[in-house]
Design a protein. Structure first.
Length: 433
């Protein structure tokens, strides 16, 4: 089941992006304008924001077709419900002939082993059990986005000074609720990344208080079981464990203070793997294959290839550069939301393969930190929609490729934005002196 190319008209998507980036900016100005005004003005703003967010989600639910990734979600969910392991053989293996229906035909990369971890597979199975239709993942996005809104709100209440609490809280929700990348990726195309976003928001919220911190470790285990990239938060958490142990050891309380919380996360991670322990090696090999061989829409990877490096070797260099950045970020970060934001931003800038919906991972942190500090990446969540030009290239030329102009456009804007941020930071530092 091919995605209709008419539904991926790039001009229409760019208009959609500009509309919702403009709406976000307008709402932030409106929030700032009414924060000290009468309660009636505040209620009107809140009502308009909620109605607009709901209408936008209904709009993309109806107008945007599900991604072909969602075919794999539903197909693998059916396998799990049938008692089959999705890790045993590739989707086009003859032994899977009885499952090779119209949903299977719409899958991409049927000759490649799945890389989705067990918790993701359980979710696919639950969704397929609820409704055996591609749209179920889009509908469930609405439910889980409601939870994301709730935990974003709770997180914001812990951060803000009372005088600024109302405007700051609604600014956080407006930035997330009206972001075009979120709208297109979740309720539009049905990508299950909303589960990953939810687990990170829960982790950031639960980490704020000692009493709720064990839930942060549970959320971490779930995040890794949904998207493996969450393992790159571990170096910072390892440093936290070390410093906490040293402090607690000096008080002779080390057994009470730290060990059981990471142990809880490790236990949960392996418990979720129990039904597929025999397939863990196969899954890991598939994950390595994906990291070594898949690439596209990556500025760094293109630069390395144009410099004469073979694509596979360029993949390896991208991963090495990212790992070096992770270690630097882990030592430099003081707060967990800063860590997660910078690690994910570094990943998106260095990954060999960048899809538009990957940008949805950082939107919640843009909301938490504010557009003033993160505006180049906020613009990226809009201009990154040029990724879909590859669909048009495939329909015309029969080749999946990203034209050079799309790479120059999105990576040029990011580079220019980051340069401006650096210059302003330097000038601000000089003025303070």
């Amino acid at each position: 089941m091919e995605i209709p190319i008419d539904n991926l008209n790039l001009t229409g998507r760019l208009i959609f992006i500009c509309l919702f980036l403009g709406l976000t900016a307008s709402f932030l100005l409106w929030i700032n304008a009414v924060r000290n005004s009468a309660p009636a003005n505040k209620k009107l703003l809140i009502l308009v924001l909620i109605v607009l967010a709901c209408l936008a989600r209904y709009w993309v639910y109806v107008a945007v077709p599900a991604s072909d990734d969602v075919n794999r979600y539903l197909w693998e969910g059916r396998l799990v419900l049938a008692g089959e392991s999705p890790y045993e053989v590739v989707a086009d293996d003859p032994s899977r002939a009885i499952y090779q229906d119209e949903i299977w035909q719409g899958m991409n990369h049927r000759d490649v082993m799945t890389v989705y971890p067990p918790l993701a597979q359980y979710y696919f199975a639950a969704a397929a059990w609820i409704w055996d239709d591609l749209r179920v993942f889009k509908l469930l996005a609405g439910l889980f986005e409601g939870l994301i809104f709730f935990f974003l709100w709770r997180w914001s209440r812990l951060q803000n000074k009372p005088k600024l609490s109302w405007s700051s809280r609604w600014s956080v929700l407006a930035i997330y609720a009206l972001n075009p990348c979120i709208l297109l990726s979740f309720m539009g195309e049905g990508h299950y990344d909303y589960l990953f976003v939810l687990s990170m928001v829960v982790m950031a919220y639960a980490w704020q208080r000692t009493s709720t911190r064990p839930w942060a470790w549970v959320a971490l285990a779930c995040a890794i079981q949904i998207k493996l990239v969450a393992v790159f938060f571990l170096p910072w958490l390892g440093l936290w464990i070390l410093t906490t142990w040293i402090k607690a050891f000096n008080k002779r309380q080390w057994l009470k203070e730290w060990w059981w919380q990471p142990a809880l996360a490790i236990s949960l991670f392996f418990i979720l793997w129990l039904p597929y322990l025999q397939d863990m090696t196969t899954w890991w090999e598939a994950t390595q294959y994906f990291g070594k061989n898949f690439h596209g829409n990556s500025g760094l990877h293109v630069l390395l290839v144009y410099s004469g490096i073979e694509p596979q070797l360029a993949n390896a260099w991208c991963i090495k550069i990212f790992m070096a950045l992770v270690m630097l970020i882990s030592f430099a970060s003081k707060r967990i939301e800063h860590l997660m934001f910078m690690v994910l931003a570094a990943l998106l800038m260095t990954t060999p393969l960048l899809t538009y919906w990957y940008l949805s991972w950082i939107v919640v942190f843009i909301a938490m930190l504010g557009i003033r500090k993160t505006w180049p990446l906020w613009l990226w969540t809009g201009v990154g929609v040029v990724y879909y030009q590859a669909y048009i290239e495939r329909s015309i030329l029969g080749i999946w490729q990203h034209p050079v102009w799309t790479l120059f456009l999105q990576w040029g804007i990011i580079a220019l934005g980051l340069l401006i941020v650096c210059i302003l930071a330097i000038l601000k530092g000089k003025n303070h002196r």
